[in-house]
Design a protein around this ligand. Sequence first.
Ligand code: NAD
Ligand code: ZN
Ligand code: ZN
Length: 377
Amino acid sequence: MSGEVIRCKAAVAREAGKPLVIEEVEVAPPQKMEVRLKILFTSLCHTDVYFWEAKGQNPLFPRILGHEAGGIVESVGEGVTELKPGDKVLPVFTGECGECRHCKSEESNMCDLLRINTDRGTMLNDGKSRFSKDGQPIYHFLGTSTFSEYTVVHSGCVAKINPDAPLDKVCVLSCGISTGMGATLNVAKPKKGMTVAVFGLGAVGLAAAEGARIAGASRIIGIDLNESRANEAKKFGVTEFVNPKDHDKPIQEVIAAMTDGGVDRSVECTGNVRAMISAFECVHDGWGVAVLVGVPSKDDEFKTLPINLLNERTLKGTFFGNYKPRTDIPGVVEKYMKKEIEVEKFITHQVGFSDINKAFDLMLKGESLRCIIRMDE
Ligand code: NAD
Ligand code: ZN
Ligand code: ZN
């Protein structure tokens, strides 16, 4: 099929908030520095839901969503030397060109060329889409569009992984689990014995809690509005659960009272700007560090008194837990292969591709952590 158009099934988001429609689409061959992937497993992350709802984000339809996935390289475009057909890969929503100042910096994963761009619906090489139906283009999402049997991505957004890795499990490392763990281990960096608060106990937040457990945190305080997360959270090292609905005071005050003035580190994984502010204000003065991970609505503003920063609190944010996708993710997969990290406990549901809308329902109801979507059904 190399060099030819592929016809395959894709789940197309045609309208904001309306069920995805499984349609036959055409997927053009990869162009310069691009690869075409056969997606075998994908899963749903809350970021897909925000752009499908398009309430707090710019609408762009018709679009093929999806960014957490695992697959096989089907064919490669001109200039691609590091990937070949048959390679087992994880596509990642933020890329690594390997050449820019960010890629050369140890501190950044914000590649100049391939960093996350939520509003772009086309490929960089020619500014056009590789997806179409009846000659009409369908937009890409996050450069990945994994809710399709075949997709085209920039080769810099692809991590080549151990050929023995089970894609139905490690696909969740292509966004949520790496993001949460990395946010704690690479950005918040708690020292052994520190207290850590995690806001939002979905898969991303529970992965952040897992990171805190790995780092040797003494207390991991999980905060969520969904009471049913309390039990689940225990499996991920959360030692105390706080539901803001049970308190009249701002939650940062509740946490300060529990921890003699504040936690040492906090990681926010909700996407709610009020929770982001609480996550910052609940860290201890003098040394506390807060890390924002949740994707806010496009017009949200973060408001706090500057004195909260002057009092020596640090506010940070991260995409993808500061991991560089090509350099670091193969190693994260190796950690799974050596049983140093567990991903199975994040996978609460599985559906066939034709039932992809069920994955959206489960996430919206707060019933799932990760729902794996099997592309062959
Ligand atoms: P999820 O829906 O599974 O989990 C979010 C959790 O937050 C839910 O349990 C929900 O009940 C809770 N929550 C919502 N509002 C809250 C509030 N005000 N206070 C306390 N808890 C609250 O979602 P997810 O897939 O785990 O993603 C979490 C967030 O991380 C989303 O905003 C997503 O867009 C973002 N995200 C960011 C990155 C990144 O690179 N920065 C990567 C992946 C996901
Ligand atoms: Zn994601
Ligand atoms: Zn770069």
